[in-house]
Ligand binder design. Structure first.
Ligand SMILES: Cc1cc2nc3c(=O)[nH]c(=O)nc-3n(C[C@H](O)[C@H](O)[C@H](O)COP(=O)(O)OP(=O)(O)OC[C@H]3O[C@@H](n4cnc5c(N)ncnc54)[C@H](O)[C@@H]3O)c2cc1C
Length: 390
């Protein structure tokens, strides 16, 4: 495989870099800490529109729905340059663009794609993911939230948990049980729910970092039009698998970009704090850089597979595993190097505050989007072809 960038890819990279140097909001550059967000939701939407107008969103998506139909390498370039410039993300970066949109493009009707995709790309509508429930995390097929059809409307009752960005969301990809008598994997359907519909209640949950990133969602007699089902009735599991492949797969490009940013921040931290001679810092940096390169080249393999099959396969679990382990190791090492005084960060802007937040947030990396244990099962059974353990 030839890893050299083509001339149009290099030109595009330079254009993205130059545009970001000029446009990143001043308030964002001066923010005090990693989880301080000086931009309001309206400003974030405006930034997303700017990114879209500049041609940096939906690069691989079909042109009739507002995309650009370019090869996936262009998408990778945008993710890398956003991370290197430490730029704010598009409002739909982690769910809408990473997996809700690609799943709608794969399974959606013409009407659904035309109605939902352009608004998602522009950041006019924010998406969240309603999969997990108290009794359905790793065992996702155990979903109990129920949808019952009456005429041309589904009525939804139940609850979801750990739903990232639900407190900001306009729409939700919702997995619900529509066939209570069918075997559990065949009894599910996939709905595109309106988060502003009567009967939807969102209760934010504060994470260990102090940020309310995810939520509980309660659905009480929520009406979802039958035209808002993705796939056919009973196809929910198949559609959900498309979501998970994108969540662990195409998102891996974003993970590599995020890890590169983390490694570069770690190198700056080591320099600024005079830890450059500490063998733990040297070894940690070397090892993180190697993990980053391994992740990047694994992703290239994934990119080739995606270009051929148009969808990431179970190999994507390897990339998600590698990223979560590397990020946890690096952030834990930063805490070790700072020592016990890390607990006494004097301000939101010092290194202790940054690494404390990063290390605490990294704990979730091996849970979100499928736990490491589940991903190891996927790799063992579906990549390596080993016999099932149960
Ligand atoms: C930061 C963050 C954001 C999230 N955002 C969302 C979101 O937006 N939408 C959403 O729907 N969900 C979201 N989740 C939920 C996430 O998908 C679930 O937490 C995850 O799937 C695990 O489910 P669980 O928490 O119920 O744990 P469980 O499934 O109960 O697992 C508990 C433990 O048992 C282990 N285990 C379970 N089954 C097996 C097995 N078969 N073999 C070996 N080990 C096993 C697990 O690895 C884990 O260690 C988020 C989670 C986090 C941490």
């Amino acid at each position: 495989m030839d890893f050299t960038e083509l001339a149009d890819e290099s030109a595009f990279r330079h254009r993205v870099r130059a545009w970001l140097a000029e446009h990143i909001p001043v308030a964002w550059r001066g923010r005090p800490g990693p989880y301080a967000d000086p931009m309001s939701l309206d400003e974030r939407r405006a930034w997303s529109k700017q990114l879209y107008a500049a041609g940096f969103v939906g690069l691989t998506w079909p042109t009739p729905y507002g995309g650009q139909g370019k090869p996936i390498t262009f998408q990778n370039i945008v993710l890398e340059e956003l991370a290197r410039a430490d730029a704010p993300q598009h409002v739909n970066a982690s769910i809408g663009l990473a997996f809700a949109g690609p799943t709608i493009l794969h399974w959606g009707s013409e009407e659904q794609k035309a109605r939902l995709i352009p608004a998602l790309l522009r950041g006019d509508e924010i998406w969240c993911q309603g999969f997990s429930e108290p009794e359905a995390g790793s065992d996702l097929a155990n979903v109990r939230t129920a949808a019952v059809l009456d005429g041309d409307t589904w009525t939804v009752n139940g609850s979801k948990i750990w739903s990232s960005f639900a407190h900001l969301a306009d729409r939700c990809i919702l997995l619900a049980r529509t066939e209570p008598d069918a075997p559990k994997h065949r009894g599910l359907s996939f709905l595109l729910a309106d988060m502003h519909a009567p009967g939807v209640r969102v209760v934010p949950l504060t994470q260990i970092t102090g940020q309310p990133e995810f939520n509980e969602m309660f659905f009480s007699d929520v009406a979802v039009p039958a035209t808002s089902m993705l796939g056919e009735r009973g196809d929910g599991w198949k559609v959900a698998m498309t979501v998970l492949r994108h969540e662990r797969g195409t998102s891996a490009m974003g993970m590599a970009a995020a890890l590169e940013k983390q490694v570069r921040t770690f190198a700056r931290f080591v320099r600024d704090t005079g830890l450059g001679e500490d063998p733990r810092a040297q070894e940690g940096l070397r090892s993180a850089w190697i993990s980053l390169q391994a992740l990047r080249y694994t992703n290239y393999r994934l990119l080739s597979a995606v270009s051929r099959k148009a969808e990431p396969g179970p190999e994507s679990a390897v990339a998600k595993l590698a990223w979560s382990e590397a990020n946890q190791q690096l952030t834990r090492l930063a805490l070790d190097l700072l020592g016990p005084y890390v607990a006494y960060a004097s301000s939101q802007s010092d290194w202790s505050a940054l690494w404390r937040c990063e290390a605490l947030r990294a704990r979730g990396n091996s849970i979100e989007g499928g736990t490491s244990e589940i991903l190891k099962n996927v790799v063992a059974e579906r990549v390596l072809g080993l016999p099932k353990g149960r």
